[in-house]
Structures are given as C-alpha cells and as structure tokens.
Design a protein around this ligand. Structure first.
Ligand SMILES: Cc1ncc(COP(=O)(O)O)c(C=O)c1O
Length: 462
C-alpha cells in the first residue's frame, strides 16, 4: 500500500468521518479534495474527478460559481450575521421566504429556516406534535415513514430514517416512529405483481398499519419523492396518489422530504410535482443554496401556522429555533441560486437532458453486475447483484459497491455506494450532454474493472 500523504495521516489522527467503517478507514485514509470548477473537483495532486454525486446530492450549480461567491461576499460585508429570534429580522431571510412561497408547489403560509435537512425534518415532527396539541388531540403523535427512507440523523430524523445503520446501537427509532413498506418493486414486489398492484398493496398496508395503531394516534407520514440514500428508489407511478388517499382518510399530514429532489433534480421544481402528489408541508435544503452554504427550510401551511399561533398565545412563546437559522449570508446565496435556476433555465434544461442521462444509465441493465438500473431526471442508481436471475446480492463483507467507487475514482469519477450495493449517480444539474457521456463512459470502465475483480475473486459463484 502506498504511504499515506501527510494530510491523510493528520486526518486519520484528528477527524471522525461520517458513514465509513472507521476501523478500515484507518488503513485506507481519505481522498483529500482541494478545489473545484464546474462539475469537476481536483485532489491534492491536481487529478480531476467528475463529481458524479454533486457532493452529497447538493452542489446543483457545480463549483466555482462566481455569482454565488459574490452574493456571499457582498452580504458578509453588509451584515455578516443577524438572527431571527425574538422579533429580529433581515432582508435576505424575508426575501428568501417570499421567494419560496412563490415557488412552492402547494399553498405555503410561512417558512421556517434551519441549517440542515435533519433539522428541517426534526422541526417538521415538532410542528406536527405542537399542531395536534393545539387541536386538542394529544394522542395523535405517531409518525410513519418508510423502510429504506433517509431523513437525516438528528434524533427524530434518524428515527424516521428507515436504515439499520442509523438505528443500531443508537437506541433508535424512538417510540412512536413507525416504518411502512418501501416502494421498490424490484426488491419488494411479489412475483407477477404489476407496479400498479404493488402500489395498491402498499397503500392497503399503510391503511392497515394506521388502523392497527389507531388513526387517532397517527399524525403524519413523511416520504422522499424519489428515495436517495436508501438506494435511489423510484416509486410506482400511482404510489403517492394512493398513499395520499390513505393520509386524507385518516387525517394524517403528508410531509414531502424534498431535501434531494427540491430545486430541479427530477426536472421539475419539486419532486412532488414530478411524482404527482400534493403534500401538506415540505422540507428543503441542499440545492436551495447549491450547497455553497448550509441552509434549509420548512414550508408551513396555514393550518399548521394557525396552530403555532394558538400555542404561542397559550405558552407565551414559540420555543423553537436555531442560532443560524436563516443566516443572512446563506439566505443571500440561496436567493442568488434560485435566481440562477430561473434565469438560466437550469431546471427546464434538466428535463431536456434527463432522457439522455436515463438512456445511458439504463443501458447498464445489460451489465453482468447490474440487477436493476433505475432513476428519474438527473438521478440514478445501479443495483449490483451476484446473480441477476435470483437477484441475490453480494455479501456486504465483499464490499463490491465500494470496489466500484474505488475503480471509479481511479477513472476520475466520484460516485457513491448507498443502501447496500447501489451505485448512486446525481451529478450537478449544470452537467452538459458531453459531460454526461463522459461520466457514463468512466462508470462503464469502473464496472468492467469491478467485474474482472469479482470474477478473479470468484464472487459470482453460487
Ligand atoms: C432526503 C434527505 N432528507 C434529509 C437529509 C438530511 O440532511 P442533512 O444531512 O443536511 O441533515 C438528507 C441528506 O442526505 C436527505 O437526503
């Protein structure tokens, strides 16, 4: 093994990294990135990589966007910090909230700002609890999400997340957080069950779950339009329509977690528009500022806002807020990002580029390692399997997904293995047609190198 560079050695001695086998990491060390431009990032040796994951599904406008840099610098010079507590306010937060209300796919009364997707989703839970207390329904508090969902890592958000690694030995999920079935036909559809029938069954199962728990105890259902970290899962076309009907029937609020899908990833402003459903409330983050600075938001409907007013009258204060929620510099950057999305037709262009992206992606379904190639807009996932016929996965200990990531890095492409051995691809929205081709060419070489390795190791043998 090559000696670790000095920076890498210092990293190992100083940082705890999220989402890695910390023991193995001590041997492999980090990939240290130094700069970025367009869809490319560069490591310390100047080697370029296509950032095929937009960082963590977030750098929608790519790297080195001078307009965003300028927006931040100008706001820092003018007013580097102001908060929104106790009646204070500032221009960028007001303007950004107005802009979000204008863009929102459903009627939004107010916007609550925070700093991360997790904080947004934790806030959703607290608002729902507050709401039902205000409405005199103190038992209606349970939150339903889905197996394989990803909603973040703070305690309520992690409870809603439906992935074992976010629960195991963290003593999560908290009581009162339930998980409905995952809308992934390839893995959970029954033999001969159509997409439509699968969606009907999931809605029926959700209905049964709510009835078993007692509808007077279930407050909200939360879902990502397309699931990201759980393995890039695109639900059946009629899934949300059927789920929404169950929510309406039991007076359950529907929260759309738009942290990945919001601001164009699927070729529409919001994922719920692409998946044809009308949530009661939405969480946004990531592309809101194109990840130049952390900012997130909860889009609050009038009915929830009225409850906040009632509780404030009763308690004397709305006791929730983050020091940096709606930070003026982050808000100024988000305003600029939204301006660019509109002015440059970024989201319309995603819709135009999506067919090419999806054709290249889905061509990998023919690759011996790929069980399913799936995606929508500019997001895609390749599910790796040891046996295409039986859909048998590789043992987690073989780390086949990690191998693809490593070979992709060697080819100058950053992708991520999520939800088991699913290779996720989610490039900056500004990617050009020729760059899409280059991305998939590199990914194809990485898959071929992985196949050679798998064959040498005998991992495809039953
Ligand atoms: C759909 C979704 N919701 C919530 C989160 C959590 O966001 P954060 O990591 O900013 O807390 C993520 C992060 O990837 C996400 O993908």
């Amino acid at each position: 093994m090559a000696p670790l560079s000095n920076l890498a050695a210092r990293d190992i001695e100083t940082l705890v990294h999220p989402y890695i086998d910390l023991a193995r990491f001590r041997e492999t060390g980090p990939l240290v990135l130094e700069r970025g431009q367009g869809i490319y990032v560069y490591d310390r040796n100047g080697k370029p990589y296509i950032e095929g994951m937009s960082g963590l599904w977030c750098t929608a406008l790519g790297y080195g966007n001078e307009e965003l840099v300028e927006a931040a610098a100008a706001q820092m010079r003018k007013l580097s910090f102001a908060h929104l507590f106790s009646g204070r306010s500032h221009d960028p937060a007001i303007e950004l909230a107005e802009k979000l209300k204008e863009l929102a796919p459903v009627p939004v009364s107010k916007v609550f700002f925070c700093n991360s997707g997790s904080e947004a989703n934790d806030t959703q839970v607290k608002l729902v609890w507050y709401f039902n207390n205000a409405r005199g329904r103190p038992r209606k508090k349970k939150i339903v999400s889905q197996l394989k969902a990803y909603h973040g890592v703070t305690i309520a958000a992690a409870s809603m997340t439906g992935l074992p690694a976010n629960h195991r030995d963290f003593d999560l999920p908290l009581p009162g957080f339930l998980h409905a079935g995952c809308p992934h036909h390839y893995r959970f559809g029954k033999d001969g069950e159509s997409d439509e029938d699968f969606a009907t069954r999931l809605a029926y199962e959700l209905d049964a779950l709510i009835l078993a728990e007692g509808p007077d105890t279930v407050a909200a259902f939360i879902a990502e339009p397309v699931m990201g970290a759980g393995g890039v899962i695109v639900p059946p076309a009629t899934y949300f329509e059927k789920i929404m009907a169950v929510c309406e029937k039991h007076d359950v609020l529907m929260i759309s977690d738009e942290v990945i899908c919001g601001f164009g990833r699927l070729g529409a402003n919001f994922g719920c528009q692409k998946l044809n459903f009308t949530p009661h409330t939405l969480s946004v983050a990531k592309a809101l500022s194109s990840a130049y600075l952390p900012i997130a938001g909860v889009m609050i409907p009038e009915i929830l806002y009225q409850a906040l007013l009632d509780e404030s009258k009763k308690i004397g204060v709305f006791g929730h807020g983050f020091t940096y929620g709606g930070h003026p510099v982050a808000a100024a950057v988000a305003l600029k990002a939204i301006e660019i999305y509109g002015r440059d037709g970024i989201i319309a262009k995603v819709a135009q580029k999506a067919p090419q992206f999806q054709v290249r992606l889905k061509a990998f379904a023919a690759h011996p390692l790929v069980g399913e190639a799936r995606g929508l807009g500019l997001i895609g996932g390749l599910e790796l399997v040891a046996d295409k016929g039986t859909k048998r996965s590789f043992a987690a200990t073989h780390g086949v997904g990690s191998r693809v990531v490593q070979f992709a890095e060697a080819e100058g492409l950053i992708v991520r293995a999520v939800g088991g051995d699913v290779i996720a691809i989610s490039p900056p929205l500004i990617i050009s047609e020729s760059e899409i081709d280059e991305l998939f060419d590199r990914l194809g070489r990485a898959l071929d190198r992985t196949l050679d390795w798998v064959t040498r190791e005998g991992l495809t043998l039953p």
